[in-house]
Design a protein around this ligand. Structure first.
Ligand SMILES: [Zn+2]
Length: 273
């Protein structure tokens, strides 16, 4: 159900986008749930059923590496073929129009890349689960090859250099990627509109970015299914279905239509450029 309040909030978001000089998005699992990618923190998810394997254990034990890879491929089978959703498409339009300079994401599903946003404008705080890399020499390894090798040898994969091959994600106990964190900080400090989308804003240090943006003078918008701990800091909060809320943003060649998804224009005076 789309309430009057929700419609006016979308109009307000479109207005903020039309007025801003540089927007940055920060995305979490909620933007990908309509794409069939499970929210790992939701009740019943495998993420909750299995105790996460800490990075140190992954490094120390071949059995742990094998188990980590088995879990990884089991999860991949669940969301194989996931395609970008309406939220991803909206952000792609905003980036393509030049209004949005970067998308900082907690997601590892690669759907922002798949939506057409250039790599240079995506900052992955938790890495990327769509490929693997060698922890020693950094060589990229494709998952299909890793899986074939693992299944034929019944042993965790190794790089040609002898190094351990790991999914290119950040595991529990693994340091946050320094370059990504620096890029995210730079993008956050450079924006005047920061839009957090589909994140519970609970996981640190990632969740510190919305607050940093706000403290630096940017307008803060939070778009999420549920309330977040930062809602009272935000200039605008939109709660509801994320695909519905973002669907119309950035249509019309970069002008910010606030039309509802059935095409009815809303308050065009406020929202056209
Ligand atoms: Zn290597």
């Amino acid at each position: 159900m789309k309430s009057v309040e929700q419609t006016s909030s979308r109009v307000e978001l479109a207005h903020l986008l039309s007025q801003c000089g540089n927007a940055v998005a920060f995305t979490g699992a909620g933007i990908s749930t309509e794409c069939g990618v499970p929210d790992f923190r939701s009740p019943g998810s495998a993420w909750r059923r299995n105790k996460p394997i800490p990075f140190a254990d992954f490094l120390a034990s071949e059995d742990m590496r094998l188990e980590a890879w088995r879990r990884k491929f089991a999860m991949d089978d669940i969301y194989a073929g996931a395609k970008p959703g309406r939220g991803h498409a909206a952000l792609q339009r905003l980036v393509a129009s030049g209004i949005m300079s970067a998308v900082i994401t907690q997601n590892i599903d690669g759907l922002h890349q798949q939506s057409g946003i250039p790599d240079a404008q995506i900052i992955e705080l938790h890495g990327n689960g769509t490929y693997a890399h060698c922890l020693q020499c950094g060589t990229r390894h494709e998952l299909a090859e890793v899986r074939a090798e693992m299944e034929s040898r019944c042993a965790p994969p190794l790089c040609g250099c002898g190094g351990i091959v790991k999914s290119a994600t950040i595991s529990f106990g693994q340091a946050m990627p320094r370059e990504a964190m620096q890029r995210a900080k730079g993008a956050t400090l450079a924006c005047d509109l920061f839009i957090a989308i589909g994140s519970s804003l609970l996981v640190q240090p990632a969740a510190s970015f919305p607050l940093l943006a706000k403290q630096n003078g940017a307008a803060l918008v939070i778009v999420n299914g549920e309330a977040t701990p930062l809602d009272d800091q935000a200039d605008l909060v939109l709660n509801g279905d994320i695909g519905d809320l973002l669907d119309t943003l950035g249509r019309d060649g970069g002008r910010f239509s606030s039309a509802t998804s059935d095409g009815r224009p809303q308050d065009t005076e406020k929202t056209s450029l």
